[in-house]
Write a protein that binds this ligand. Structure first.
Ligand SMILES: [Zn+2]
Length: 383
C-alpha cells in the first residue's frame, strides 16, 4: 500500500494484529452484520457486536484472527437455560446434536460467508488469508486480512486427520483445551466457585470439570499440529497442561513457537487459565507470544481509562517476566466477555496506541501491536 498521508504512515507503522476475536460467534448465532458499523456498550451485553469492519479499520487493525467456536456438548447439560433452548428452538437443537466436525465446517463456512457478504456490500476491502503468502499479499495491498483459528480440540470430533483439512482451509492456530475437558485432556476451570454462586446459579457445575493434563491422544494431536504447521495455543489449559505442550514443542524438530492467544495477566489465581511468571518465560523461550485480552477487571470498575490502564499494567508484567518479544494483542472481543468503557471495540486500539507511545519506545510499540504476532505467524504457521 502506498501511504497517502502522515496518518496512513503512522497507521502502517503501528498497525495492529489482533490474535483473538469472535465476530462470527455473533453473526453465526444471532445473524448480526459484520459489514455494518455498531456502537457497542461497555459491560456484559452478550448480543451486541463489538468487532465489525468499521471498528477494525478505525482501530488501525490490519490482521485479525476470527476464532471458530462450536459450543461443547457439555454446555447444554451444564447451563440449563441452553438445554431448555435446545428443546424448543430448532437452531439450538441443531447445535446441540449435529456431529461436532460437521458444525465446525458450518462455522468456518459462516465465517467465510461473513467476509463474502462484506465484500459484496462494502467492496474489495477485506480478504481471508488461507496461508502466510496470502496474508503477506493482503497486508501489502492495504486490505483488512482475516485469519481462521479453532478454539478447542472438540472441533475435531476425535479425528486427528481433520487437522490436514483445517490446515488446507487456512486455520493458523488451534487452542487445544477449552471450557470443558475434551479428548486431548482437561482444562482450567474458568468460572470458579465465586462466579458460579454470584452470577450463574445452577450453572457451570464443577462435576463437568477436570483439571488433568494432556492425554495420549492430546500428545499425538500436539505433535500433528506442530508437524503440519498449525500453531499450538495452550490458552484454557492448566499449568501442567501448558508445561506438557511446551515440552513437546521443545523436543520437536521443527522448533515451533507455542502461544497463549488471549489471557489476563497478572494471573488472578493459579486455578485460572492465566499464565504465571514461569509460564510467560517458558512461552517466550519457545519464541511464542502471550496475547492480552481486553477484559474487564472488576477492581477498575467505573474508571474511564480502566481498560487502557490495565492493558499497560499487563504489558509491563509480560515484559518483566518474558521480555519484549512475548507481548501481543488478543482482545477476545465478541467472545462473550465483559469489556471496559475505553476498550469496548477494536476502535479502542487507537487510545491504547497513544498511551503506549507515551510509555514505551516506538520499536517496542511496533513489537507489541503487530511485530511479535507477525513473527509467530511466520515461524509457526505453514510447512
Ligand atoms: Zn477463549
Amino acid at each position: 500500500m502506498i501511504p497517502t498521508n502522515e496518518n496512513a504512515v503512522t497507521d502502517e507503522r503501528f498497525r495492529v494484529v489482533d490474535l483473538h476475536t469472535h465476530p462470527t460467534l455473533k453473526s453465526y448465532m444471532f445473524k448480526t452484520r459484520f459489514w455494518k458499523a455498531h456502537k457497542p456498550p461497555s459491560g456484559f451485553i452478550p448480543l451486541s457486536m463489538c468487532v465489525d469492519l468499521d471498528s477494525l479499520i478505525d482501530g488501525g487493525v490490519k490482521t485479525f484472527v476470527c476464532a471458530a467456536y462450536v459450543v461443547e456438548r457439555e454446555m447444554f447439560s451444564d447451563i440449563w437455560p441452553l438445554g431448555l433452548l435446545a428443546r424448543v428452538h430448532p437452531r439450538a437443537a441443531h447445535l446441540a446434536t449435529a456431529p461436532l466436525d460437521v458444525l465446525t465446517r458450518e462455522y468456518l463456512d459462516a465465517a467465510e460467508a461473513m467476509v463474502d457478504e462484506t465484500r459484496r456490500r462494502r467492496g474489495d476491502v477485506i480478504e481471508l488469508a488461507r496461508s502466510r503468502a496470502d496474508m503477506e499479499r493482503i497486508n501489502a495491498s492495504g486490505k483488512l486480512c482475516m485469519l481462521h483459528a479453532v478454539e478447542g480440540a472438540h472441533h475435531l470430533n476425535g479425528d486427528i486427520g481433520m487437522v490436514d483439512e483445517l490446515y488446507a482451509r487456512g486455520v493458523c492456530y488451534m487452542i487445544v483445551p477449552h471450557l470443558y475437558p475434551n479428548m486431548a485432556g482437561g482444562c482450567a476451570d474458568i468460572m470458579g466457585a465465586d462466579f458460579r454462586t454470584r452470577f450463574a446459579p445452577g450453572c457451570f457445575n464443577p462435576k463437568y470439570q477436570d483439571a488433568s493434563g494432556l492425554s495420549d491422544w492430546g500428545h499425538r494431536l500436539v505433535e500433528k499440529l506442530l508437524d503440519t504447521g498449525i500453531i499450538v495455543d495452550t490458552t484454557h489449559g492448566t499449568r501442567e497442561y501448558r508445561r506438557e505442550v511446551i515440552a513437546i514443542a521443545r523436543n520437536h524438530p521443527k522448533k515451533r513457537p507455542v502461544i497463549m492467544s488471549h489471557v489476563c495477566v497478572p494471573a488472578v489465581s493459579e486455578l485460572r487459565p492465566d499464565p504465571l511468571p514461569d509460564d510467560i518465560r517458558e512461552i517466550a523461550d519457545t519464541g511464542g507470544v502471550v496475547g492480552l485480552m481486553m477484559f474487564f477487571r472488576p477492581e477498575l470498575a467505573g474508571r474511564a481509562t480502566a481498560g487502557v490502564e490495565s492493558a499497560l499494567d499487563a504489558m509491563d508484567h509480560l515484559v518483566r517476566h518474558g521480555g519484549e518479544d512475548v507481548v501481543a494483542m488478543g482482545s477476545d472481543l465478541d467472545g462473550f466477555t465483559t469489556v471496559p468503557k475505553d476498550l469496548r471495540s477494536p476502535r479502542g486500539y487507537r487510545k491504547l496506541r497513544e498511551a503506549m507511545l507515551k510509555k514505551y519506545t516506538d520499536k517496542q510499540v511496533e513489537k507489541f501491536l503487530h511485530g511479535n504476532a507477525e513473527r509467530v505467524l511466520r515461524e509457526g504457521w505453514g510447512k
